[in-house]
Design a protein around this ligand. Sequence first.
Ligand SMILES: Nc1nc2c([nH]c(=O)n2[C@H]2C[C@H](O)[C@@H](COP(=O)(O)OP(=O)(O)OP(=O)(O)O)O2)c(=O)[nH]1
Length: 153
Amino acid sequence: MKESLIKADTHLPRAEGADRPVVEVGVGVLFRPDGSFLLTSRPPGKVYEGYWEFPGGKLEAGETVEHALARELHEELGIQVDPGAIILWREQLVDYPHALVRLHFCKLTVWQGELSMREGQSFVWESLPVKVEPVLPGAIPVLRWLEEESSPG
Ligand SMILES: Nc1nc2c([nH]c(=O)n2[C@H]2C[C@H](O)[C@@H](COP(=O)(O)OP(=O)(O)OP(=O)(O)O)O2)c(=O)[nH]1
C-alpha cells in the first residue's frame, strides 16, 4: 500500500531535491484517565518554533521507536517511561521544507514522575476540539484520528 504523504508549506523550496533521506521520528500521545491528551509547544530555536505538537523526537542510530520515544520523553518532559508500555499506533510521512519525516505515533497512558518542561516548552492538556494554535502540520492528522475513534460507528 502506498504511504500517505502530507506536503507542508508547499510554497517554500525543499532543502535537497527530491530524494531526501527519511528522518524517523517517535511521537507520543499521552492520555490522562479523563481522556485528555498532552500537547507541547516547539521550543525556542527549533524549526516551527511555538507550534503545538505531540512530544517526541528523532530516532538515534540503532534505536527502536519505543526506546527513542522513552528517551525523548525523559529528556523533554522529565518523566520515566517503560518502552514496553508504549503502543505503536499510526505512521505518517510529512514533506517539510527542512526535512522529509516519518512520524511514528504511539499511545501512552502510563508513566512515572511529574511533568517538567526541560526545553522551555509550554504544555497543555487538551481535548477535542483543541483550543491552542497553531498546530504543527504533522500533528493535525492525529486530531482527525482521535475524532474518528471517538465518534460512534
Ligand atoms: N515531536 C514531534 N515532531 C513532529 C510532530 N509532527 C511533526 O511533523 N513533527 C516533525 C517536526 C520535526 O521535523 C520532527 C521532529 O524533530 P525534532 O527536531 O523535534 O526532534 P529532536 O527533539 O530529536 O530534535 P533535535 O535533536 O534536532 O534538537 O518531526 C509531532 O507531533 N511531534
